[in-house]
Design a protein around this ligand. Sequence first.
Ligand code: ZN
Ligand code: ZN
Ligand code: FE
Length: 753
Amino acid sequence: MNGIARWRLQVQGVVQGVGFRPFVYTLASRHGLRGFVANRSDGVHIEVEGQPDALEQFHADLQSQLPPLAHIDSVLVQSVAPQGDSSFEIHESAAQTGPSTPVSPDVATCPDCLQELFDPADRRYLYPFINCTNCGPRFTIIRDIPYDRPLTTMAAFAMCPACAAEYRDPRNRRYHAQPNACPACGPQVWLHPGNQSGSAALEAGRQALAAGRIVAIKGIGGFHLACDATNSDAVQELRSRKGRGDKPFAVMARNLEQVRQFAEVSEEEAALLTSRERPILLLRRKEGTSLSPLVAPGTALLGFLLPYSPLHHLLLTDRPLIMTSGNLSDEPICRVNEEAIQRLSPLADLFLLHNREIHVVCDDSVTRIHEGRELPLRRARGYAPLPVRLPRSAETVLAVGGELKSTFCLTKGRYAYLSPHIGDMENLETQQAFERSLAHLQSIFRCTPQRVICDLHPGYLSTRWATKFSQENGIPLLQVQHHHAHVASLMAEHGLEGSQPVIGVSFDGTGYGTDGAIWGGEILLADYSSFRRAARLNYVPLPGGDAAVKRPYRIALTHLHAAGIPWLPDLPCVAAASAQELTVLQRQMETGFHCVPASSMGRLFDAVASLLGICHLASYEAQAAIELEMRAESQPVEGYPFALSEGSEIVMDSTPVLRSIVRELQGGIPPAVISARFHAGVADCAVSVCKRLRRETGLQRAALTGGVFQNVLLLQLTKARLLQAGFEVLTHRIVPPNDGGLALGQAVIGAKD
Ligand code: ZN
Ligand code: ZN
Ligand code: FE
């Protein structure tokens, strides 16, 4: 064996279920190498034997010519004794316990499959479950690892000879595509009630939608409720059946051209809409289109997405469809046929069902574009369970997040695995979904937490759950302050190792403070081990605490009261309240009865929105703030000044801002201008504080986080002004700035040794 060498390569990253082994097989054959490739639960193992220069070339190509869905985090190379293999083989998977490997998210139908779907000569013509190694469901059908058909919900379907041949052929696009199927052997659709199936069911579904009916559709990660988005009667019916208030619905359009009929789409937005992740993307809608105004009453911001499963491609026609999560408000999305029929019957006229089981739910993801990049608002399908790579190896911990937009995070080695969005942890159903998702992630990533981390809030369901979990498992519990966790999550997604603190601007709706008050307008000096509250908004009493969020006009009234501004009857927020309500509120403010002090930036946005007459009642979270943002005019304007106190805890007092707003409002200045000046004032205030803290500490890095920074206008203004002042600025790109990102921050704080 003259000059022959053998290498053992251990590859970690997203390398299973993404066509990695056939890629290795092809590559090894091309370089004339012998040996094998195998899936293990800790990654892919390769042994290759041949000429040393061929091995070098193989190693280089392995990293540079990856299949589309694969992602390599590390390759460990070891020289071993040659064995004299005569060929290169793909070994069957062996189940192992111990280490773990990342799993691919669910991926939108690829162009090759799409072409076959609409090719009358193809054996999968119009088959709603067509997929290949480069696309299709992954995360939602995996029961356990290694990722192999018997451990997925496709185990129930035996492949026909034609499918089995594709599956076994390393040169085929469907080699080891675990959900591989065809009309002869794979899952089927049918309509309920009734007995139509296959193409007839799809045709009946399209007709029902065209006729204004509401159809529950089983998709990739759960059920959707769909109806014609141009039919106001249908949309109104769905809105009232779902008990949804004014919360906007997402709209699925057939293609990019159709989206452009209804909304402004930039180049970056087009790229994101057509990406394989296919998130719901929030876009500015056009006026006067055929879209029903009831899709998103009162807001110019509308969520659009494109079809991501073959079933969607077959259902979409000239009419865009509302695609909203198949649930009653506040409950998790439905997963199982029988459960959906039971729970969604009051909501849907018809059910389009299928028999490919969804093992875990995964909602649609939601994003916005900020400066050409993604600003995640809800991280789920297409993204979960891709890990965030930690700056260093950590012990295994479980962080349970907050209350709203709940997610949890499990760490293991250098990976932090975030669950997909679960929902608001306010009821038993969500808690059950949380537990199911946790059991699933623990099993596919082989994690046993050594510590559990939760929010500081004593009243959160997640805090109570974590306390119980800690007792039952005999592991320590750590409680982390809400805004400290927000800042840490942003640091972690940027890979900071935390040796130096950042100036963390956490502008948020709520969060339990160390003094028992509601925080949310905070600037912290923070690293992973501790934080100091360097600045805060002035405290304003919030009558009824967090329950006040549904009535922005009451928040406006309390802000006026705190600023010493009289409740003049011509102010829109005063006009929105009854005389009796004003009297009661006045008394409540004087006595402090049932009032919680709040330094919340989110509430200040609510107050200003109502003060300008833009929104008095919020039927969904952050409604007032979103409408205020959308109303702001885009010309550069001068900001209203906050008053900054001296001392080691700077108070950012909004009194002069509110005074200016009332004065300008009464002077007839349009709300669009006032809104813009308010946004600029908040940005200026953050920059002034950051500058002062830089002078005191020498710190140069500012981190913009918290739910208020879902506001792209505020994010842009603040970031631009900080950059101009010479700061390095961190913003969110992987996890949401809202509470959906909280668990990651809790985990890095808790996993610090
Ligand atoms: Zn495909
Ligand atoms: Zn088949
Ligand atoms: Fe928060």
